[in-house]
Design a protein. Sequence first.
Lengths: 343, 343
Amino acid sequence: MDLVAPRSARLRHLTRRGRELLGSEEAILGGAMTWVSERQLVAAISNAGGFGVLACGSMSPDLLSAEIEATRQRTDRPFGVNLIVMHPELDALIERCVEQGVGHVVFAGGLPTKDQVAHAKRGGAKVLTFAPAAAVAKRLIRIGVDGLIIEGAEAGGHIGPVSTSVLAQEVLPVVREVPVFVAGGIGHGEAIAAYLQMGAAGCQLGTRFACAAESVAHPRFKEALIRAQARDAQPTVQVDPAFKVIPVRALLNKGTQRFTAMQVETIRRFRAGELGFEEAALAIEHFWAGALRRAVVDGDVENGSLMAGQSVGMVKSVQPVAEILADLLAQAALALERLDLAS
Amino acid sequence: MDLVAPRSARLRHLTRRGRELLGSEEAILGGAMTWVSERQLVAAISNAGGFGVLACGSMSPDLLSAEIEATRQRTDRPFGVNLIVMHPELDALIERCVEQGVGHVVFAGGLPTKDQVAHAKRGGAKVLTFAPAAAVAKRLIRIGVDGLIIEGAEAGGHIGPVSTSVLAQEVLPVVREVPVFVAGGIGHGEAIAAYLQMGAAGCQLGTRFACAAESVAHPRFKEALIRAQARDAQPTVQVDPAFKVIPVRALLNKGTQRFTAMQVETIRRFRAGELGFEEAALAIEHFWAGALRRAVVDGDVENGSLMAGQSVGMVKSVQPVAEILADLLAQAALALERLDLAS
């Protein structure tokens, strides 16, 4: 048994559909992280045999085009482009992907329409979307998506309400029509093996890649993640059902504390008639504007947003992407082989 | 392949250590749920081949003794007693377990001391505890515990900050000295198979058993759980770091809304100098007193606490315990056998 690179036959078998859809050597996607998943990291993941995904975030169509081009200069392997459905210029962004012959479009932050899926596929791209529940997954398959990602609340950044383990139990046994990738809280190959065994076609990881050597994130950002334990990565708190806040999982720091205090104070002012509803809701929504950039780009780990998944406790050092991938795959293969020995 | 009761050799092999520690036919524990895990449900789980665990909760030593006795009248199979470490009469409760020859003591709601573990074992009992992290697990093993339970934040009732999937990745690969059982968010045998593959010796489920035919929970409580989806089971919100609230996962209802509003209002009054710190903290802490009883016993599903794990979406009907166990084991065995076919 080769412990260095045991790409076991079982691992290859279980990831076959995932690898075929992505066109990559391994069925491991890089999670699209704003400010982090840019040309360098995305190319590094794809060059290492994984599947990098560019985070478009709030980029303009021109910026996205340039980023796609720059990524192409760094890798000739397949990579994807993640588009946020609520982006005001979504159609123009899709059109750029079509024009530039992007191979894979990943819709995030909401559900795309049938027309948007068809538009993205016009240039031959495969379309992946996030599915928050089995019923939604079935609907997405009917409108033409080629693959699904189920991302649990363990993930970093903006999160849904249901954990990865529960989504896996609810979706994997009943959604077999297209490859399903599992994301959220994954930091060790044992979990990849387990989700593959449950029917996943592959997995997506963000936090571990954010700390990769090739990641442009500020060294202080990476240090903060390496120091952190799982329990430090907590979702922001919504203090009042009247003020809808999409929870964001990030490391607790002064910024997260101030966010909670600011919500309480804003709601107090609204109740006292000092602020209108719209004004109060907007103040809460805009609090984090720029906070992720402050942490990732400027390295302000006190006041910035240290978005990270619960897998952060499994990030132990800055490693090259190729080493991270090799570790994960060796652990997954070993876990699957251990099972052989047990039978 | 027998789909009705495929107790596959692999399932038997992977659960061997768990079954030996528990002395039960299957390595499935019933989670200890206050007001729910009493003589009837506990005996039903043990009689069906699982391992029932009595929830002592805030019972007096006399009440606990009577409950142990009543359970014994209903089953001659092994079952455990769950003791809350912060119970003011913990030593007396342990002593009752020793006197009555209880086979398994499960410490919960905190960590027992070395003396408490030794005390519990004086009558020959095996001791299990909950471990919130790998380092704590190692320390507990050194003070003599015989088995560990890792319970993720997907669970119902009082929860920790880390999800089941992450705890499993962090603890299972490095803690092999004693059997480790996984709990939190489990509702399908696929997940049991996955955790066993990762090194677990068995699993613990609460929510599915709460809705069992043999559960004394009020029919309206069971109906509420059966109607609910995973996303409906949310942790209570802590609105201010100054007022420590252990989060409780329960179905959203009027009670949970009022709890959040009450916290905001209490903190406003504290900040305005209308309430002292102690007074405010106590008001928040006591809000839920009796709320679980109101829901479980009285069937008040509007204002009571509908404690439930995220597995609640996988609870589809009221089933006898034996049927729940058979379903879970068949699913787990099938998942493990599917892997054989894949290799």
